[in-house]
Design a binder for this molecule. Structure first.
Ligand SMILES: NC(=O)c1ccc[n+]([C@@H]2O[C@H](COP(=O)([O-])OP(=O)(O)OC[C@H]3O[C@@H](n4cnc5c(N)ncnc54)[C@H](O)[C@@H]3O)[C@@H](O)[C@H]2O)c1
Length: 382
């Protein structure tokens, strides 16, 4: 298939996600047969020297110091939002109004209200849209989804999922500004609920269906921190840790937990699902493995299988190396670009769409409300 049709990408933000996305746009057409060839047309961020250096490193053709100029350009087809959470809604809505396709980092908005306005904008403009919940595209997780869809598990009883980190334990860590905007609620929206649990929830909604009600608790362990932008010691308004119980529409019950205070853990995203006939477990530190137990196995050989997800028959793996050789974190973003571009060429709609992103935010909002009200909160439909 010729790759002559260009897909001109304009990205906002050159930080952590700016790098993962740029790599994905470059690599996807090299490993997947795509009808459109992504072109790194322009990158936008406020610091012109740094954005120029970023553009040079990744091969962007041009730079803009204001995202509005990026959106105003007629030579950009798609706006890729890789900037902090407080920028998502304004940029995505403006991009949709200008008729651009939009890919937006998670969480979609700081609140479900912001996310809903973003859904309205992309759906009214009929522009392709997607949220970068990249962990849906870990091959082991996609295999788990396939096993669930094949009804190998029977009735689902339990789902449990955690996201554990330890990088904000020090009381001396400031809040706000570069690198630390996640601790400033006006920028981040919430703490670990929107930053970490959103990943767990997106994956759970995809694998196990809708959540109907939640009961949550949150904690802010360090109550005041110096703010990098004001220089003042200010109250910390984000949740440092968040845990909730919930029920799914399929009758299963679940436990979720996220924290940045689990000493020794860096990005321990785990999940386990227990069904009538089978169970499975996965964690991000060993992302190329799926643990699977099938009760229908012959009794004397029944036990947990540790499946190494590197075979050509495993999801996405035929596009990579030879069996036995694993892939990693960056590939999840490459898979996401590949699926998005394949959908533009008549493939299945690439999820999670903005509406799927809103479904996650309705849960995260309910978690934060429940932690305050100390009551069960039901989840509206997206
Ligand atoms: N999918 C994932 O696994 C994942 C992982 C990390 C971050 N994220 C999300 O990605 C987004 C960015 O996070 P990050 O870790 O890359 O942050 P970062 O701090 O590393 O980078 C943010 C970038 O945005 C730029 N920026 C800030 N304000 C801007 C503005 N007004 N206009 C233009 N550019 C602006 C900064 O200059 C910087 O280049 C966040 O929404 C975050 O939640 C997602």
């Amino acid at each position: 298939m010729s790759k002559t049709k260009g897909l001109n990408v304009g990205i906002v933000g050159y930080g952590f996600m700016g790098r993962t996305h740029s790599n994905a746009w470059l690599q996807a057409p090299r490993y997947f047969n795509l009808a459109y060839r992504p072109v790194l047309k322009a990158v936008s961020a406020r610091n012109v020297d740094r954005v120029r250096a970023f553009a040079e490193n990744w091969g962007y053709q041009s730079v803009e110091s204001d995202w509005r100029a990026l959106i105003a350009r007629s030579d950009i087809d798609l706006i890729d939002i890789a900037s902090p959470n407080d920028t998502h809604a304004e940029i995505a809505i403006a991009a949709a109004l200008a008729g651009k396709m939009v890919m937006c980092e998670k969480p979609l908005g700081r609140t479900a209200e912001e996310a809903r306005a973003m859904v309205d904008a992309v759906e009214s403009a009929h522009v392709p849209n997607m949220v970068w919940y990249n962990y849906r595209r870990v091959p082991a997780v996609v295999l788990l989804k396939k096993l669930l869809d094949e009804d190998r598990f029977g009735r689902i009883f339990h789902y449990r999922s955690q996201f554990l980190q330890d990088w904000t334990i020090s009381e001396d860590l400031p809040q706000g500004g570069e690198g630390l905007w996640r601790l400033d609620s006006s920028v981040a929206g919430s703490g670990v609920t929107g930053d970490l649990l959103a990943h767990n929830i997106d994956m759970a909604l995809w694998l196990n269906g809708p959540i109907t009600e939640v009961s949550a608790m949150t904690e802010t362990f360090v109550k005041e921190r110096k703010h990098n932008l004001t220089g003042e010691v200010e109250p910390v308004k984000i949740d440092d840790a968040s845990a909730f119980l919930c029920r799914f529409a399929n009758g299963s019950m679940a436990l979720f937990e996220a924290t940045r205070y689990a000493r020794g853990h860096k990005a321990l995203f785990t999940l386990e699902i227990n069904g009538e006939r089978a169970s499975a477990a996965w964690d991000l530190h060993d992302l190329h493995r799926l643990q699977y137990f099938d009760y229908r196995d012959e009794g004397q050989l029944r036990g947990w299988k540790d499946i190494h997800i590197t075979d050509g028959g495993h999801p996405y793996m035929k596009n990579w190396w030879v069996p036995g050789l694993q892939i990693g974190y960056e590939h999840t973003f490459i898979h996401q670009v590949a699926d998005f571009v394949l959908a533009l060429d008549g493939g299945p709609t690439a999820a999670p769409t903005f509406r799927d992103g809103l479904a996650t935010e309705l849960v995260t909002d309910a978690v934060l409300h429940s932690a305050k009200s100390k009551k069960w909160e039901s989840i509206p439909t997206a």
